[in-house]
Design a protein around this ligand. Structure first.
Ligand code: NOJ
Length: 711
C-alpha cells in the first residue's frame, strides 16, 4: 500500500491514505480521548471499528494539579497494537501528554526559565524533556504555553514566559526547537523528539480579574502586537500543533472563532500543523451559550478551524452527520485529517508505532540534573542585597527556617506529572550539603515560635517563604498578591532579631514584597525551581554562582496596580497616578542584581538609516566589580510617532555577556525592519519612517539613550 511506503514523500502518503478512508474513519482521527480503567475495553472497541486519533495521557482536565504518573509502555503499546493491527488501515494513535517544564527531570517553571533571558538554556530544557518523555512513549507535548500575562493574580502566569512579547517570542522559538529539533529533509522528526503544541491560542492570559477561564476583551491592535508575537514565532519555528483556548474573547469563544483560528492563524500566519481544542473547549461552546447543543458545538468548532476535539463528545458523535447533511464541507474535514495525518507521518508513527521498554540511563539522568541545576540558578533573581550575600562558609550557625525550608514538593511547581519529589533536596538539605562545616538548623515549618527561637541563636537566618505548588497553576488564582497569611508577620519578627536575614522566595508569580523588603537584608526570588532548585539556590547563596536572572514580569508595590506592564503606552496627559500608592513598580521588568556591578556607556548608532535597512546599535559594557559575572544587556525601542498608539518603550534585543572583573566588551544589537514594525491601522504590518529612540542598559528603566531617523 502506498501510504505504508516510507520512501514516498509524506504528502503523497497522506493523500493516498486520505483517499482510502471512510467518513467514519476520518471522524475517528479528529478525536482525542482519555482512558480510565473502566472505559478501556469500550475504547478498544471504538478503535477497532474506525480507529481513533489521539490519546491524552491524563485522566483529568486538571491534571496539572495532580501527580499522575504516565501509563507504562506496555499499556501504551497494547492500545497501539489495537490501532495498528486490528483496524482496516492501521493508523497509529498519537500519544499526547502535558510535559510542561520537564518530564522526569523537572526544570524550573517556565516563568523562571523566562527569567534566564537565555534561549539556549530554554531550548536545552525542552530538548531534555523531549528526550525523557519520548523514551516512555509520549509523542506530543501540550507545551510551550505562550500566553502573555499582565495580571499575576492569574495562576497560570507560572506556565508562560511573562509579560513581554519580544522575550516570549524568542523563548517560544527556543522551546519549539528544543522539543521538535530539526525535521530531516524528508520532513521526519528525529528520535528523541516530540511534537510541540503552542497554547492556549489566544488571549487566555487576559482573563478579567485574573480569574482563570474568565472572559477576555482585547482589541485587535493589542491582540496582534502583544498576544500574537509568541505564537507567530512558534509558527515560524515550525510548531506542529496549536491548542485553542477555553475563554470567551471579544464576543467569541477562542475555540469557535473562524477569524482567530482560520483567518489569522492558518491563513495569515501560514500555520501548517493542526489545531487541537483545549479539554472540552468544543463542548464549552454550549457553556458560552454560543451553541444550543453538542451537535451545534461540533459544527462551530470544526468550521472555525479546530481539527481535533480534546475529550468532548461533540466531534465523535456529530461530525459524520454534519458532513452527511452538508453542514460541514467534506473539504474542511479532509483538511483537518490531512493536517493530523501529516503529523503522524512526520513523527514516524507508521514506521515505529511502539515504544521499546525504556532503560534507565543513570549517566544521562545525571547530565539532566546538572542542566536543571544550572538553569534554575540562571532563572533566580536577586532582588535585594545589602552586602550580606554571598554568604561566607565561615558562618558557624545557619538557621534555614520558614514554611518552605524543609519541603520538597513545593519546589517543583505545578505540572510535574512524572517528576519525583523524593529526588528533590529541600533547601535545608541543600544548605547542609553546600556548607558541611557549619551547624545548620531548621525548625518545623508551621511553628513560628520555634522558627524564631532557632533564628535567634544563629549567625545568619535564611528564611524560605512563598507559595505552595497548589496556590498557582490552573484554576488557582488569588485576589491578593502579597505573601500568604502569616508570612509577612514571620518576616517582620525574624527581621527584628537583629541577625542578617536572607529571604528565599519560592513562588509561581511575582508577589508583592513592599512590606517585607525593609525587614530583610537580601531577597533571592527562586520561583518554583525544579528538581535541583534547592541546590541551585545554595549555589547562589554561597557565591558558587553569581546571580544573573532578570525579571520577565514587573513586580508591583500593591495588587491594586494590576494590570501593570512596563511596555505601557503614552497617556494623553503626561501623568497617570494614584493618590494612595506610587505609580511605579517595586522592581521593573528586566531587573536583577549581581554580586558584581556593570557599567553601560558609549552608545553608538547611526543618525539615519534608509527605510528597510537594519540599524546597528552598540554599547560598551564593563564589569566594574570584583567578581566574574554575567550581564543581561537589554535594548529598548520607541517609535516616536506612529499610526496607532505604541508603547513608550519595548524590548527589542537582549544578550547575556560573561565578563571578568575589569573586562569591557562592546555588545551589538541589530534592529531590522521586523523590530521597527508593528500592526498598525487595519491590522496592517507597518513601519513608520521618522524618529526612533533607543535605550540600552540593565533593565526597562535603562537611561543610556540614543536616537535615529528612518528616511
Ligand atoms: C487543560 C489545560 O488548560 C491545558 O493546558 C492542558 O494541556 C489540558 N487540560 C490537557 O491536560
Amino acid at each position: 500500500m502506498n501510504y505504508k511506503n516510507p520512501s514516498l514523500p509524506i504528502s503523497k502518503r497522506v493523500a493516498d491514505l486520505l483517499g482510502r478512508m471512510t467518513l467514519a474513519e476520518k471522524v475517528g482521527q479528529c478525536v482525542q480521548f482519555f482512558v480510565l480503567p473502566e472505559t478501556r475495553e469500550s475504547i478498544k472497541q471504538q478503535i477497532r471499528q474506525n480507529g481513533l486519533g489521539s490519546r491524552i495521557l491524563n485522566e483529568s482536565n486538571l491534571a496539572g494539579a495532580l501527580t499522575l504518573r504516565i501509563a507504562e509502555v506496555e499499556d501504551l503499546n497494547e492500545l497501539q497494537r489495537v490501532a495498528v493491527e486490528e483496524t482496516r488501515l492501521g493508523i497509529p494513535l498519537l500519544y499526547g501528554r502535558d510535559v510542561i517544564h520537564g518530564h522526569r527531570t523537572i526544570f524550573p517553571i517556565p516563568l523562571s526559565m523566562a527569567a534566564t533571558f537565555d534561549p539556549s538554556a530554554v531550548e536545552q530544557a525542552f530538548e531534555i524533556a523531549a528526550q525523557e518523555a519520548s523514551a516512555v512513549g509520549v509523542h506530543w507535548s501540550f507545551a510551550p504555553m505562550l500566553d502573555i500575562a499582565r495580571d499575576a493574580r492569574w495562576g497560570r502566569i507560572i506556565e508562560g514566559f511573562g509579560e513581554d512579547p519580544y522575550l516570549a517570542a524568542q523563548l517560544a522559538a527556543a522551546a519549539v526547537h528544543g522539543f521538535q529539533g530539526d525535521l530531516n529533509p524528508q520532513g521526519y522528526y528525529a528520535k528523541g523528539r516530540l511534537m510541540a503544541c503552542a497554547k492556549h491560542y489566544i488571549g487566555y492570559g487576559a482573563a478579567e480579574g485574573g480569574r482563570d477561564y474568565n472572559t477576555a476583551e482585547i482589541s485587535d491592535n493589542t491582540l496582534r502586537n502583544i498576544y500574537l508575537p509568541s505564537y507567530r514565532a512558534a509558527v515560524r519555528a515550525g510548531v506542529g500543533s496549536v491548542m485553542s483556548a477555553f475563554e470567551d474573547l471579544n464576543g467569541e469563544s477562542a475555540s469557535g472563532s473562524h477569524y482567530l483560528l482560520t483567518e489569522l492563524l492558518k491563513q495569515e500566519l501560514g500555520f501548517q500543523g493542526f489545531i487541537v481544542s483545549d479539554w472540552g473547549s468544543i463542548s464549552d461552546l454550549i457553556t458560552h451559550r454560543l451553541a444550543a447543543d453538542e451537535r451545534e458545538a461540533a459544527r462551530l468548532g470544526m468550521q472555525a478551524g479546530v481539527d481535533m476535539d480534546m475529550c468532548s463528545p461533540c466531534y465523535p458523535q456529530y461530525l459524520a452527520d454534519l458532513v452527511e447533511k452538508g453542514e460541514i464541507l467534506i473539504e474542511r474535514l479532509d483538511d483537518a485529517i490531512h493536517r493530523i495525518l501529516t503529523a503522524k507521518f512526520q513523527l514516524g508513527l507508521f514506521e515505529h508505532p511502539y515504544t521499546p521498554t525504556p532503560a534507565q540511563d543513570e549517566k544521562l539522568l545525571h547530565r539532566h540534573m546538572a542542566a536543571t541545576r544550572r538553569t534554575a540558578a540562571r532563572g533566580m533573581v536577586l532582588l535585594q542585597n545589602n552586602g550580606v550575600l554571598p554568604l561566607t562558609k565561615d558562618h558557624q550557625k545557619i538557621a534555614v527556617v520558614g514554611p518552605f525550608a524543609d519541603h520538597r514538593r513545593p519546589l517543583l511547581g505545578s505540572w510535574i506529572n512524572d517528576g519525583v519529589p523524593g529526588e528533590t533536596a529541600t533547601l535545608f538539605e541543600a544548605i547542609k550539603a553546600a556548607c558541611p562545616q557549619a551547624e545548620i538548623w531548621t525548625a518545623p515549618s508551621e511553628l513560628n515560635d520555634e522558627i524564631l527561637d532557632v533564628a535567634a541563636r544563629a549567625d545568619v537566618v535564611i528564611l524560605a517563604v512563598g507559595e505552595s505548588n497548589n496556590r498557582n497553576g490552573e484554576n488557582s488564582c488569588v485576589a491578593d498578591l502579597r505573601l500568604p497569611a502569616g508570612q509577612e508577620d514571620l518576616i517582620r519578627a525574624a527581621g527584628s532579631l537583629g541577625k542578617p536575614l536572607v529571604l528565599v522566595v519560592f513562588s509561581g508569580r511575582p508577589l508583592v514584597l513592599t512590606d517585607v523588603i525593609r525587614h530583610t537584608d537580601a531577597i533571592l526570588y527562586a520561583w518554583h525551581p525544579g528538581t535541583m532548585g534547592a541546590h541551585a539556590a545554595a549555589d547562589i547563596l554561597f557565591g558558587e554562582v553569581n546571580p544573573s536572572g532578570r525579571l520577565p514580569v514587573t513586580f508591583l508595590r500593591h495588587t491594586g496596580q494590576v494590570p501593570f506592564h512596563y511596555n505601557a503606552k503614552s497617556t494623553g496627559r503626561w501623568v497617570s497616578e494614584y493618590h494612595d500608592v506610587p505609580s511605579k513598580p517595586l522592581f521593573p521588568f528586566g531587573f536583577g542584581l549581581s554580586y558584581t556591578t556593570f557599567e553601560y556607556s558609549d552608545l553608538q548608532l547611526p543618525a539615519e538609516v534608509a527605510f528597510g535597512q537594519p540599524v546597528q546599535v552598540s554599547v560598551a559594557v564593563s564589569n566594574t566589580g570584583s567578581r566574574v559575572g554575567e550581564a543581561v544587556v537589554q535594548c529598548y525601542l520607541q517609535d516616536c510617532v506612529s499610526r496607532t498608539t505604541r508603547p513608550v518603550r519595548e524590548l527589542k534585543g537582549f544578550q547575556r555577556v560573561l565578563l571578568q572583573p575589569g573586562e569591557a566588551r562592546r555588545i551589538k544589537f541589530r534592529l531590522g525592519l521586523e523590530e521597527l514594525s508593528y500592526y498598525g491601522p487595519g491590522s496592517q504590518w507597518v513601519c513608520d519612517p521618522g524618529d526612533f529612540k533607543v535605550w540600552v542598559g540593565a533593565d526597562s528603566n535603562a537611561t543610556l539613550e540614543g536616537k535615529f531617523t528612518v528616511r
